[in-house]
Write a protein of this length. Structure first.
Length: 409
């Protein structure tokens, strides 16, 4: 009887407390004689009159039933204060044990304030998503990531400064490529021959009228008096041009090389982070959207681009220009002819008397019978030309000090 009554009292107090917290105690069906959660015959204490099995009440048991702190049932006859304290403890709504909150659905929900098994996951640090761009990481010996300015044209437009590259304001590298460097333009010509002479005509001596049987050695009829052989017949050959030269006429033009592509790598003020990026990629700052993606770089050339940066470019810091023309000169004159000239033949061995005019060339004839000497002064050569030698384009313009730049696009 006592246990049943105490349990009923605790149930009533607990229900009333919950109703007071949730705000619907007015709708709660309280026991007869209780006007509120804590109303009763004594101020601040509920009506603890117990009803027996047979329907009778036992007022002497009011306030005698309570749970001690260990949970065992105790009775304290007539000590209403002790009973009130025990009930207050049993039906406690202390917020340190449970906090009641209302979610958007309107359903009350209790949330524990003491540490529980899920608190470690809730307190674990979180990595916000990368607010800009995730790019593949840079691997040594490549450096980066960078952003790339590139301009092309003839000539290439001036590059913007890195200060316009957003989070990449540091000018890391300036390079060039695609030189426009045509071969040298060379010209080599030769003037007309000059300074040449015509040779002395050669006299050939025979002892027959058809000039088929020589009778003495040949002799050049010079401008000085030349003795003639004692033969019956002779013939006089013509003069030939000899010596001389041509003056070369040379010109050379080497157009300065023009770089048709300019490049500038812009670096960030701080290294990239892995925060907010998946798959080993790194988060980089926001750059200029007009730039050519993100890039990594390495001095030299002939490399395979690293993973994630498939587009290869090669830039240079300088170039070596060996474009030139070979030396221009002229070959010896050819094609010149000798004509004219004048001489005399004399019956005197010293060319002093009985002189007759002599021209060259002279066909086979027998008038040499009475002649003992002759002189001949050839004319100047005429015509002819000289072949030009050299004046050919040579050499190239070669870019030097390469840097390989691999980009995401």
């Amino acid at each position: 009887m006592i246990i049943r009554a105490a349990a009923a009292a605790l149930l009533a107090i607990g229900t009333t407390g919950c109703a007071a917290i949730w705000g619907f105690e007015d709708a709660l069906d309280l026991p007869d004689g209780a006007s509120g959660p804590l109303s009763g015959p004594e101020a601040g204490a509920p009506d603890m009159t117990l009803v027996g099995v047979d329907g009778t009440t036992d007022a002497s048991m009011a306030g005698e039933a309570a749970f001690d702190e260990a949970g065992s049932l105790e009775t304290s006859a007539g000590e209403g204060g002790a009973s009130e304290g025990a009930l207050a403890e049993a039906g406690s709504t202390d917020a340190s044990v449970a906090e009641v909150s209302t979610v958007e659905s309107g359903i009350p929900e209790a949330s524990a304030t003491e540490s529980g098994p899920n608190d470690a996951a809730a307190d674990a640090p979180t990595h916000p998503a990368c607010a800009t761009t995730c790019v593949p990481p840079m691997t040594s010996p490549w450096s980066g990531p960078y952003e790339l300015f590139e301009t092309t044209g003839m000539p290439a437009p001036t590059l913007p400064t890195c200060s316009s590259a957003g989070a990449f304001p540091i000018d890391v590298y300036d390079g060039v490529s695609a030189p426009d460097a045509p071969s040298a333009t060379c010209s080599c010509d030769c003037g007309s021959p000059s300074g040449g002479t015509c040779s002395s005509p050669i006299a050939t001596f025979f002892n027959d009228f058809s000039c088929t049987r020589p009778c003495a050695p040949q002799s050049a009829i010079a401008a000085s008096c030349t003795p003639l052989a004692f033969c019956s017949f002779w013939q006089l050959g013509g003069s030939s041009a000899q010596g001389g030269s041509c003056l070369p006429s040379f010109s050379k033009s080497v157009t300065p090389a023009v770089w048709t592509t300019l490049a500038r790598l812009c670096g960030a003020t701080s290294p990239p982070t892995t925060s907010g990026c998946d798959g080993g990629t790194v988060c980089v700052g926001q750059g200029d959207p007009s730039l050519t993606g993100y890039c990594v770089a390495r001095a030299g050339t002939g490399y395979v681009c690293p993973s994630g940066y498939p587009v290869s470019r090669t830039y240079y810091s300088s170039g070596t220009d060996t474009r030139d023309c070979t030396t221009c000169s002229c070959a010896a004159p050819t094609g010149a002819s000798c004509s004219g000239g004048a001489g005399v033949a004399s019956k005197d061995p010293n060319c002093f008397r009985n002189n007759v005019p002599l021209s060259a060339p002279r066909a086979c004839n027998g008038d040499i019978t009475n002649l003992q000497s002759a002189t001949f002064a050839p004319g100047a050569p005429a015509g002819g030309s000289c072949a030009a030698l050299g004046g050919q384009a040579t050499g190239t313009f070669t870019p030097t000090t390469p840097t390989t730049v691999c980009c995401t696009q």
